[in-house]
Design a protein around this ligand. Structure first.
Ligand SMILES: [Mg+2]
Length: 465
């Protein structure tokens, strides 16, 4: 079950003349438009991300500096969009299985929408996936690698749409519920209208919320200190009858240990409200593996307990059908050798969480992600990762609560795990500044939460009653 590699190609070479400045540099939520659309593609997890510039490239390129993407230059942009397609395609490595071609002037597209395109492609097996509504077809479009040579043969001002008719039998559509999402800023008037769209207030995000996925460290406490608003937060949950799951990427502690910690802070909860990444990995395995399947576990009590709770059989050898890896401070070379041999024999390779480092009292030491990197290097197999920002943990939390993404708020203090995980699944997100990251981090990050609060106390105060 390796992950498919889907790239994003952002076509931003055009020379629109009606805006008084390069369209790519129009402002959108305090950022240049080209950076905003690139950030959306990145938050979706599309990789690699290449941006094709042409007109005014010298002025546009600095707007993308410091972002994890590749800037390409199309010197022949005036000949039309086919030349930009060519430049973008040429930069995609052979491992890329499909690519989404994005326009620079569709600022309302969300990571959730882009993920839906990818999912539709995986499920349909089609070579083209096009958003469609009421007989109309829109952008962005996904093309599978099989059609890359055909795309590269186009010439002049002809885009990928030219292939639709000839490959109608290999085309799938993605039904679009809200076509306004695909609006493009083609003229100054359309851009002005998009900018003037009604903004959502914090209350409009919070009012429909019926369920919470809440991070713990940096949100509920820091070290052994409860954070401001902790008790009021749980009082609010009780008052409104909200469902909630407390989640953590740390697989080394058991849910019971978190319940005990909260009890010390005067908050009563139960283990059904706690979900760690080892439990998410075990639940994923229970769904995808045969009953009584064998697992070689690497990790502490958290990992073993979670696997046994799901009825999986723990074995100590390379014949295991699955390998589940959590952070293990007592790791030995023999354990890594056994895991590598099992994976090489075809065992599914699952990681509890991707954190490369672990904050010890002496400083940063190797975390679970470093163990995964070692096994990946030894096997050439990429793990399926359960923890944030990958979707497995949040999906398990939603299933446990019987909640939909629309009614579930993610609360966290880390942009690249808590908030990114929420964005990828289309959940509304609230970032708290009481943990690891600051307002300066937020300003520099390509990840943009829907709501930002100083701490839980501020979130509770903002909640509409
Ligand atoms: Mg945290």
């Amino acid at each position: 079950m390796p992950k498919s590699k889907v790239a994003a190609v952002l076509l931003a070479a055009g020379g629109a003349t009606r805006f008084g400045r390069p369209k790519q540099l129009l402002e959108w939520d305090g950022r240049p438009l080209v950076a905003h659309v690139a950030d959306t593609a990145w938050a979706t997890g599309l990789n690699p991300l290449v941006v094709v510039l042409g007109a005014a490239a010298e002025r546009v390129a600095p707007a993308l500096e410091g972002r994890p993407l590749q800037v390409l230059r199309n010197y022949r942009w005036e000949e039309g969009v086919s030349t930009s397609l060519n430049v973008g395609l040429a930069a995609l490595p052979p491992s890329v299985e499909a690519a989404i071609f994005l326009q620079v002037d569709q600022p309302l597209i969300t990571p959730r929408f882009l993920r839906a395109l990818v999912t539709r492609w995986r499920e349909s097996g089609a070579d083209i996936v096009v958003p469609a509504w009421e007989g109309q077809r829109g952008s962005p479009v996904l093309f599978a690698r099989a059609l890359f040579p055909k795309l590269a043969q186009l010439s002049g001002d002809v885009g990928g749409r030219a292939l639709f008719a000839a490959h109608a039998d290999r085309l799938a559509t993605l039904p679009v519920e809200d076509p306004a999402l695909l609006a493009d800023a083609d003229t100054p008037e359309e851009y002005a209208r998009l900018c003037a769209r009604p903004r959502r207030t914090p209350a409009s995000f919070l009012r429909p919320v019926r369920a919470l996925i809440c991070d713990m460290d940096g949100v509920l406490w820091r070290g052994n200190t409860p954070l401001p608003g902790l008790r009021d937060f749980f009082a609010l949950i009780a008052e409104l009858g909200l469902r909630y799951v407390l989640v953590t990427n740390n697989a080394s502690r058991t849910p019971g240990q978190y319940v005990e910690k909260l009890a010390r802070f005067g908050v009563t909860t139960t283990t059904e409200h706690v979900l760690n990444s080892a439990q998410a990995a075990a639940a994923y395995l229970a769904e995808h593996a045969a009953p009584g399947a064998t697992v070689y576990p690497v990790g502490g009590a958290g990992v073993r307990e979670a696997l046994l709770a799901r009825g999986l059989r723990l074995v100590e050898g390379e014949t295991a059908e699955h390998v589940v890896v959590g952070w293990d401070p007592h790791l030995t070379w023999d354990m890594m050798a056994t895991a590598a041999l099992a994976i090489r024999r075809g065992a599914t390779f699952i990681g509890a969480n991707p954190d490369r480092t672990f904050p010890s009292e002496e400083g940063l030491v190797p975390g679970a992600g470093s163990q995964l990197a070692m096994l990946e290097a030894a096997t050439d197999v990429q793990p399926i990762v359960a923890g944030k920002p990958e979707p497995v943990l949040y999906r398990q939390a939603l299933a446990r609560m019987g909640a939909t993404p629309e009614e579930t708020l993610v609360i966290g203090d880390r942009l690249d795990t808590d908030i990114l995980g929420g964005l990828r699944l289309g959940l509304p997100t609230a970032m708290l500044l009481s943990g690891i990251q600051s307002r300066e981090d937020l300003a520099r990050s390509p990840i943009h939460p829907d709501l930002v609060f100083d701490d839980l106390a501020a979130l509770v105060r903002a909640w509409p009653r």
